[in-house]
Design a protein around this ligand. Sequence first.
Ligand code: F0G
Length: 438
Amino acid sequence: MQAELFCINAACGARYGINEVLYNCTRCGGLLEARYEFGHPDTEALKRTWRERRMSNAPLDQSGVWRYRELFPFINFDAGDDRHIVTLREGNTPLLNGPRAASYGGLDRITFKHQGFNPTGSFKDNGMTAGVAQARRLGMQRVACVSTGNTSASMAAYASAGGLEPLIFIPHGNISYGKLAQALEYGAKTFQVEANFDQILALVRVLAERLGIYLLNSINPFRIEGQKSIVIEMMDQRDWKVPDWIVLPGGNLGNTSAFGKGLREMHELGLIDRLPRLAVVQAEGASPFYAYMQKRGQTPFIPTEHPETLATAIKIGDPVSWPKAQFEVETTNGVVERVTEQEIADAKAIIGQAGIGCEPASAATLAGIRKLTAAGVIAPDADVVAVLTGNVLKDPDYIYRYHTGQLKGPGDCPIHPNFGNRPVVVPNDADRIGELIR
Ligand code: F0G
């Protein structure tokens, strides 16, 4: 199976071998993507094989990424490349129904694909197992990323598990303690930089080049390969029945790129019979992609210089993957929406009340769905899958503040606990507590 890196810029189309350490096209600076000659596999046989692997005790079969390895042939199993793979049994995340959340979103029904069930609690694990495998294939010893928290938690775990040295760069004071704690616990060398995500990414790119460190941000095309598995597993779990919409939050736009690529490949191979529409939702204070797509083609992409949102995971003003994301949104006839801090906070509480829970960025999905159904873009009877990207425990501080009415958005703007659930302080007195419960 031939695998190559291609510049996505159609006017350039430069090609590179997959053993080169590259993140951008050296000719035009464009983004790179892995492409394969898949040939014409027997799709029914593939689907059966993937099902059978679920019964297997082999570590790579148990991975919700490598179970689908035929679609990630940059790892050549026949040549023994699989020895480089580090799996923590990523993926295998459930599809969950949330009837109350559906009615809040203006839908008859909704399905959540909850990536927070991953080993480090976010969808980054799907990509990281692939990125770390490629790092090890290339013989790299150090890996680095800038992160709003989840990428760093995931990279720390996979790199340490694979005997690599993880170096993490995070915006000082701007990531949740849950995520920072994970990076420390998983043994990453952690630098808290006094700059925002976009500024630190530029810094880390210089350091990676200078020190020969492998960069594992989503600009790395192999991370995107791994994240394709989220939609592949989703279709497998739905018996290959394509939903009308897949809704996801947008930050650096790597996941949007990965979903689009995975869907296109499945469609081209005949694994699915049509493409679902992608709906990408950004936080209002960090929504350059929304702004750009509103006036598509008429204005250049303008980064948000000072992104602001309490959903720190998506607090990104200059998303590197926007050209890929634009292509994927357009290919799927998708849309981009933006939501306020209050809308995110309330949607998050509703997802919590459904017994599901997620971190703030993930709740942008339900908030966006509510707006899109109200605007008539998504029909009430549409078949919608919302991807919850991170676990509820990633940001407990946000939760406590919301429920106790102490949450304040950018510019100290108060967020009302419309679905708040304040803890009650009581005396050690059964009669009084009994009264309160009655
Ligand atoms: N949701 C969560 C929970 C995230 O952590 C991220 C990104 C996104 C959504 C947005 O995904 O960047 O692919 O558009 N977090 C990155 C990080 C930036 O560093 O952990 P995207």
